[in-house]
Design a binder for this molecule. Sequence first.
Ligand code: DX5
Ligand code: ZN
Length: 217
Amino acid sequence: MALLAPSILSADFADLGNDIRKTVEAGADWIHVDVMDGLFVPSISFGMPVIKSIRKTTDKPFDVHLMIEEPIRYIQEFKEAGADILTVHVEACKDTMATIGEIKKAGMKPALSIKPQTPVSEIEEYLPCIDMILVMSVEPGFGGQKLIPETVDKVRELRRIIDQKGLDILIEIDGGINLENVRDIVDAGTDVIVAGSAVFGSDVAGRTKAFADLIRH
Ligand code: DX5
Ligand code: ZN
């Protein structure tokens, strides 16, 4: 049993509100919002004004994935824009612990993400302080890439550590998830599934529902 967080990076930006409503009505649990700065990753996506305006379309939690350098600079602004869960990359923070502390202070749930080449050991010390760990299953920066299979081993490793230590942390995976591989990913111990290109495009409602049905048991 896992939650579904469609990534709006692959949605129709000219009709974003409607695309979001369609996924919510078809069973999306969270909305995954990818913010890119052109530095931490090569591309630039969108920022606070877009998040603020789509905030009116649904009450579902906004799972905001920051692919930006030194995210500590913008924490309050993302809170005001409507973020509920704020994910930062360990590779992008000069002081990861301080960044986690600021996210909590602003009233959001802190999450940490690791790129495909970053080992779990890099974030182990932070596990007791965060609500979620986001395992990137592609190099961050673009939708529509192919999942790197070795990253699923990190989900298994994290599942073991979290269960052993009795921690209350969700494991989320992001990148290259589709209707064919999602069941194996859930079975590896994932709690939250992000899917962009496999949800948006054509038949958003039908594809959301197909995902939701597959991960609900
Ligand atoms: C990539 C983003 C993802 C992206 C996933 O850097 O973090 O959330 O939208 O897209 P798909 O599901 O198409 O791989
Ligand atoms: Zn993402």
